[in-house]
Design a protein around this ligand. Structure first.
Ligand code: NAP
Length: 323
């Protein structure tokens, strides 16, 4: 099979398309024939060697993909050959998802409804998992609350808007381009603001009638965290999802509001919480309340360009590789 292989950490050029032996599923594993792969910012951090968890070299990047069941290991009763699935994670020590095939532990593989394309399926795992965990497991957001998705135009943001809207929250979102603003509105935000503007925080506060925001899902905390605190309502929570540096905050802003800053990383999700996430996301995919949006597509051979795209401003949905 063909797969992207990284033999040294570095710039996107270190990703090369190579021929590898077809993987074989072991007990409790399935072999997935991959049709589309989701490209996440973390794939870039890992390839660069800038992430805390570094794989052993050489490695094949990627955790999110969608495709069909090609083979089943011994003891696997779930799934039939040819079933449509999405996955988020392969097997410990196995090739990653930037490949024509991948061996996956059953716990990482979920049914993909016929109404969801493979490209959309590849956009589910990390983005919808992160958005669900941030909104429900970390923020404990409730119907009727006001939620600001700060960075709503990318993979996680799109998922968060749809999940919050479907759960009966009032959803505000930001983006950095006209195209991004149109998209956050199209997927369910009732108010859209440009985070490259100078007075958008005032506009957000005005849109709430001065009450403030209950939950902020933050994609770039090192830029926004201090301003976020000033936007919170009493008992408000900021969930730090994305961060690329340091920031000075005024802790006093949390005091009168009884406000919380809560970090999160998807990797900490327990198996029970992960099962909850994919039960909920699967239901949303089936009843069409959750519709992943594809922004840009590249071929597997052009993974390098996809990594440049995912780190560039002007997101409008998910970056995927087609295989
Ligand atoms: P993405 O698809 O590349 O989207 C990035 C988003 O950040 C876009 O909506 C972008 O908007 C927005 N953004 C850019 N500048 C911003 C600013 N000044 N203020 C607010 N938002 C801004 O990435 P993603 O997959 O959605 O991930 C978003 C972030 O979360 C990344 O940093 C990623 O590493 C992180 N993440 C964390 C976890 C976790 O477990 N904690 C999991 C997944 C992702 P424009 O392009 O329209 O400006």
């Amino acid at each position: 099979m063909k797969a992207i292989v990284v033999r040294e950490f570095g710039e996107p050029e270190v990703m090369r398309l190579e021929e590898l032996p077809n993987p074989v599923p072991g007990p409790g594993q399935v072999l997935v024939r991959i049709h589309a792969v989701g490209v996440n910012p973390v794939d870039h951090y890992i390839r660069k060697g800038a992430y805390a968890r570094r794989p052993t070299l050489p490695y094949t990047p990627g955790v999110d993909a969608a495709g069909t069941i090609e083979a089943r290991g011994s003891g696997v009763a779930m799934f039939s050959l040819g079933d449509r699935v999405y996955m988020t994670g392969t097997s410990e020590g196995a090739y990653g998802a930037y490949a024509e095939m991948a061996v996956c532990d059953l716990a990482h593989v979920y049914s993909l409804p016929d109404s969801v394309s493979f490209e959309q399926g590849a956009a589910v795992g990390v983005p919808y998992g992160t958005a669900y965990r941030a909104l429900f497991q970390r923020a404990q957001a409730k119907p009727g609350e006001w939620v600001l998705v700060h960075g709503g135009s990318g993979g996680v943001g799109t998922a968060a808007i749809q999940l919050a809207r479907a759960a009966g929250m009032v959803v505000l979102a930001t983006a950095g381009t006209d195209r991004g603003l149109a998209q956050v509105s199209a997927v369910g935000a009732t108010h859209a603001f440009n985070h490259r503007g100078t007075d958008y925080a005032d506009q957000i506060m005005a849109a709430t009638g001065g009450r403030g925001i209950d939950v902020i899902l933050e994609m770039l905390a090192n830029v926004n965290l201090n301003r976020d605190l000033g936007l919170l309502a009493r008992n408000g929570r900021v969930i730090v999802i994305g961060n690329r540096g340091t920031v000075e905050i005024d802790p006093r802003q949390t005091m009168a509001r009884d406000a919380d800053i809560r970090g999160m990383i998807l990797f900490n999700t327990s198996p029970r919480e992960m099962a909850e996430i994919h039960a909920a996301v699967g239901a949303g995919l089936r009843d069409l309340t959750l519709r992943p949006v594809i922004g840009r597509e590249f071929s597997l051979a052009d993974a390098r360009l996809a990594h440049e795209a995912v780190m560039s401003p002007g997101a409008h949905g998910k970056v995927v590789l087609t295989v």
